[in-house]
Design a protein around this ligand. Structure first.
Ligand code: DC
Length: 232
């Protein structure tokens, strides 16, 4: 198993940007676990599954789904023998764009509260660290998926700042959204992701808290690198 840097935090805290930069700086692989939850939500919706459906129905719909994350692209295969596709040569459909809609943001948050979904993704996430050093970001990296991670961070920012970032991010992608819709989306997802029963978003006791509300990306990266170098 490789070294793992685990980063958790709420929607729009900048986890993705920071994790990518950090991975590049250190020569680690980057794992965006939110993308995996989004891909599962897409697959479930395409199979006609609703949030009210039973765990059994969800678990059965997940059988045969294969996912891979490679070079920041997400691949989905609907009739797969393996849940983790070969990440060197993923043979699934590239769903990287389809999972970035506000609709999939919503459904990924809703379905991520379900045990069948979290169980399904657990091994896929852990497998990513088997052959490589990893920067993994999400909601339960420091608490559940990689509790023994080499370094743990909790990246936070004010609701206003996160809503602003999410708004700009979506606008850049050509998604039509107002600032107040972006704020509602962030607030609603925060509440659901941190109040769910299984693996809720929370700061691990041993995670270093970084509030990026009034920090530039470079400053956040510098602070994280200081912690990493401190006992290198
Ligand atoms: O990071 P994101 O916005 O792409 O994540 C989408 C949803 O997936 C998020 O609202 C909650 C869920 N998620 C999760 O429950 N656990 C993770 N480790 C990552 C994401």
């Amino acid at each position: 198993m490789g070294k793992v840097i685990a980063i958790d935090g709420p929607a729009g805290a900048g986890k993705g940007t920071i994790a990518k930069l950090l991975a590049g700086e250190l020569g680690f692989s980057y794992l965006d676990t939110g993308a995996l939850y989004r891909a599962v939500a897409l697959a479930l919706r395409e199979k006609g599954i609703n949030p009210e459906d039973s765990d059994e129905k969800i678990a059965s719909a997940l059988k045969g789904i294969g996912i891979a994350f490679k070079d920041e692209k997400v691949f989905l295969k609907e009739n797969s023998q393996l849940s983790t596709l070969n990440s060197q040569r993923p043979d699934g459909r590239d769903v990287s764009e389809d999972i970035r809609t506000t609709e999939m943001g919503h459904y990924s948050s809703v379905f991520s509260a379900r045990k069948a979904v979290r169980d399904f993704l657990l091994d896929i996430q852990r497998n990513a660290s088997l052959n490589s050093d990893l920067v993994a970001e999400g909601r339960d990296m420091t608490t559940v998926v990689f509790p023994d991670a080499w370094k743990k961070f909790y990246l936070d920012a004010s609701v206003e700042e996160r809503a602003k970032r999410r708004y700009l991010q979506l606008k850049e992608k050509g998604i039509n959204i107002t600032e107040s819709e972006a704020k509602n989306d962030v607030v609603e997802r925060d509440a659901r992701d941190s109040r769910r029963d299984i693996a809720p978003l929370m700061k691990a006791e041993d995670a270093v808290l970084i509030d990026s509300s009034s920090m530039t990306i470079d400053k956040v990266l510098e602070n994280i690198m200081k912690v990493i170098r401190a006992d290198h």
